[in-house]
Design a protein around this ligand. Sequence first.
Ligand code: ADP
Ligand code: ASP
Ligand code: MG
Length: 408
Amino acid sequence: MARIVKKFGGTSVGDLSRIRNVAARVKRTVDAGHQVAVVVSAMAGTTDQLVSFCRDASPMHDAREYDAVVSAGEQITAGLLAIILQEMGVSARSWLGWQIPIRTDGVHGAAKIDAIEVASLEERLQDGQVAVVAGFQGLGDDNRITTLGRGGSDTTAVALAAALKADRCDIYTDVDGVYTTDPRIVPRARKLEKVTYEEMLEMASLGAKVLHTRSVALAMRHGVRLQVLSSFDDVPGTLVVGEDEIVEQELVTGIAYSKNDAKLTVFGVTDKPGISAAIFGPLAEGHINVDMIVQNIGKDGKTTDVTFTVPSTELKHTLKILEDLKDRVDYDGIVADNNVVKLSVVGVGMRSHVGIARKMFEALADKGINIQVISTSEIKISVLVDAAYTELAVRALHTAYGLDEPAQ
Ligand code: ADP
Ligand code: ASP
Ligand code: MG
């Protein structure tokens, strides 16, 4: 007998017949004698609609009320799945974040889970009852509902698996595993049998939305056995594992892309010591997460240009901070560009091999794609290019690293 946490995403619970399909899967696991906790997302499209209701109601809406609204989708799915399980003769009960409770910090819209009090859930599981848990939501330190950031139900599932000391955490979604890149952009992407926590963490944070980044970080920290599977087909999925479990390591495991960044260039900045601190200090104080940075030596030796990226959602806020700096930092102007995509190649094999960056630059040059900014870390290389080239660039890189599925 095992204790298993299963999570079903938005498409998998998109209508009543799909919720019935989920219930049938849960029933099979219960009938096999296992204890099951299920985490559900809102039905596909629901959270988007709730977010736009808040925006339309008021662009300056209160973050606590935003959470009260956008957490509602998961409540509906949890209740419906419990009803359908009961109808199938399976003992089941729905649980909202505050009822367990799933305790989080008070950062509304992007809360972090601090602790999950699982005592009563555990009792019910031991009695053979299925716990149907609403994903994405928790109870903040201000005693109000919080949400974990878009895509956060994966994180609910992994955190619950860690707290319940579950044997496995299975993430059921609309693709049948983690691929070398988004299979919706590259039809010849290959399914990975296994991927390391570290690579998955990079891929998720660099745009592969198949898993929420924090869910991977939590799984890595707590050693949760994590698996990504299809909720529609019974085929083996992808296991997220420690590096020691990978026998043959590819040089590059995957390619990710993200259109969520904006590029800013502050040009004609007086080139003197302290200038970077003068620009990036106030951005850090404004909680702006600066990602890629390039600074060059100016031709005249007196001025320089500083280019960097921030989340697109923070572009307006960043421009405001930079404009307020005008009396302290001497610069000629600012150019902002939202039409960029960050492309990244990821692989632990990079630690021990050279020439991987060169291959990336050559593959993009072959397609006439200009690289605007580059950044690297131990197991990834990222470049910023014009967003119009996203598909072309991802496909070119996928082929260049030999990742294409052989033609049938
Ligand atoms: P869910 O609603 O089940 O949480 P998501 O839409 O959040 O599902 O995540 C699944 C999607 O992630 C897939 O439909 C796919 O388009 C996208 N995706 C991006 N990169 C990858 C990748 N490397 N492997 C698999 N899917 C990916
Ligand atoms: N329903 C939430 C969202 O759409 C959480 C999730 O699906 O993981 O972002
Ligand atoms: Mg998701």
